[in-house]
Design a protein around this ligand. Structure first.
Ligand code: AMP
Length: 401
């Protein structure tokens, strides 16, 4: 389906053209018409499906074709991370380039000057505000944010926001909004908590389901079963033995990110790290260098596992086993985007075998286990302990009696 068929404004079609989009993606096809018709939406769609433009396009269209207050915030988009706020703001800038719709990203992390710029925009009114919850609350606490003309609310990556403990902040922000408004909720997964949130926020929503909770088949998945101390030597070996275009390495903890980046730098590998301890402009610089290919290897926390769109990553390495299946799918989904192929390696230590077996159950098949390079000797056997919760509980129960 072409974008013209949605009846979008000419100025917007120019922006779409300049962004290089030809046809609408599936989520765009399903979501744009009901948003234009004024319906509330609950959509399960992951990053990479084109969901950002799916809500930005109809919002911009509505802002330029219907009456809206000039010096008010008309649309508020709440997102979990600064990186995602910046990315949406960039897409917004591109798509709205030929229109007069204004927007600002409000995400904190910067200096006082940035806060002042945000304050000015929030006071004089930017049509579209893209914010992280904490920073928005900081502004709301100072009583100058003009939200009384707001017409549209978007919650993006809602499951991630709940995981990060933002529920109360979100509800608090919503308490400042006019009751009469259009609500759009996007989430990669639809656990009960999200449905509950949707019930309190949305009115008679149209439900759309585009989620793929299985990784694309073009990703070659391999796992290395190792002893924990073998992980660093193995990752060095992999990175030194083969030429990769760009490699994204995930660690669950930022301490591990720092330690691993240090070790890889010591081995003269072109690596940088990204985690929440870095200043905002450092994070942006590293991400930009990685995106445009200047930086080959990036070690990151799960901050980068969702919502971030980087093409051309050849290899994702899970230095540790992700917390659950969804995280695994998100992490490895950073590779093989667009039409490229990619690989995803996961290192499994002895204590992580049970966790990985659960992920394999979600995937519906075992992941191939690679042999360790000869000089590493033998790794541990892959014999994940079977979980038998009912037996375990029974045993305890008996003991306590
Ligand atoms: P998203 O799921 O919003 O993170 O989008 C993933 C990527 O797809 C981004 O790089 C978008 O610029 C791109 N994209 C979104 N819509 C389209 C489209 N209709 N055609 C081509 N690329 C698109």
């Amino acid at each position: 389906m072409t974008f013209k068929e949605f009846g979008l404004d000419e100025r917007l079609l120019e922006g779409i053209d300049a962004m290089g989009y030809e046809n609408a993606t599936e989520v765009q096809e399903q979501v744009i018409p009901p948003i234009i018709a004024g319906k509330d939406i609950i959509a399960s769609a992951q990053t990479g499906t084109g969901k950002t433009a799916a809500f930005l396009l109809p919002l911009i269209h509505k802002l330029i074709t219907s009456h809206h207050e000039e010096h008010h915030i008309n649309a508020l988009i709440i997102v979990p991370t600064r990186e995602l706020a910046i990315q949406i703001a960039q897409t917004m800038e591109g798509l709205s380039y030929f229109t007069s719709v204004s927007s600002i990203a409000v995400y904190g992390g910067g200096d006082g000057a940035l806060f002042t710029i945000e304050k000015k925009a929030l006071t004089t009114g930017a049509d579209v505000v893209i914010c992280t919850p904490g920073r928005m609350i900081a502004h709301l606490n100072m009583n100058y944010v003009k939200l009384d003309g707001l017409k549209y609310l978007v919650l993006d990556e809602a499951d991630r926001m709940l995981d990060m403990g933002f529920k109360d902040d979100i509800m608090r922000i919503i308490s400042y909004l006019p009751k009469q408004r259009q609500n759009l909720l996007f989430s990669a997964t639809m656990p009960f908590r999200i449905r509950e949130l949707a019930r309190t926020i949305l009115k008679d929503p149209v439900e759309i389901n585009i989620a793929i909770s299985k990784p694309p088949e073009k990703i070659v998945q391999l796992a290395y079963v190792v002893y924990e101390p073998q992980k660093i030597p193995l990752i060095k070996e992999i990175l030194q033995q083969k030429e990769f275009g760009s490699v994204l390495i995930f660690c669950s903890k930022k301490q591990n990110v720092k330690q691993l980046a240090r070790e890889l730098k010591r081995a003269a590998l072109p690596v940088e790290e990204i985690h929440s301890d870095l200043l905002q402009d450092q994070r942006e610089r590293v991400l930009l260098d990685f995106k445009n290919g200047k930086l080959k290897i990036l070690v990151a926390t799960d901050i980068l596992s969702r919502g971030i769109d980087i093409e051309d990553i050849d290899l994702v390495i899970n230095y540790d086993v992700p917390h659950d299946g969804e995280d695994y799918v998100h992490r490895i989904g950073r590779t093989a985007r667009a039409s490229n192929t990619g690989s995803a390696f996961t290192f499994i230590s002895e204590s992580e075998q049970g966790k990985f077996a659960r992920i394999e159950r979600l995937l519906g098949h075992p992941v191939d286990k690679a042999d360790l390079p000869e000089k590493f000797g033998k790794g541990p056997q892959y014999v994940p302990r079977q979980e038998r919760p009912s037996k375990k509980r029974y045993g305890k129960y008996k003991k306590h009696r």
